[in-house]
Design a protein around this ligand. Structure first.
Ligand code: ZN
Length: 94
């Protein structure tokens, strides 16, 4: 609400900056029942399956982590682990 008016926005999604904002129409089913929400594509609960689904997960250093969280992801990506880097989707060592 701004000035007593409901802020709608050009695409009727104003004010929705994350969570259940759809970013991938062909993505993963979310806990809310929708498909491809930010929550379902890049959240902490989704991260372990993103890593384990990578075809080279069993050869990666991050597989030895007890908890597959963003701390582990950034740590292993920083140590040039290919799986972590690809899941992170970055080129942080370039
Ligand atoms: Zn959702």
């Amino acid at each position: 609400m701004i000035g007593g008016e409901l802020l709608i926005g050009k695409h009727f999604q104003a004010g929705n900056l994350g969570g259940h904002f759809v970013v991938n129409h062909n993505g993963t089913v979310c806990t809310c029942g929708n498909v491809g929400c930010v929550e379902a594509e890049a959240s902490t609960w989704r991260l372990p399956s993103l890593l384990k689904d990578h075809p080279e997960f069993d050869q990666s250093s991050i597989k030895n982590e007890e908890v597959l969280d963003f701390r582990a992801l950034f740590h292993h990506a920083g140590n040039n682990d290919r799986v972590a880097k690809e899941v992170l989707g970055s080129n942080i060592n370039k």
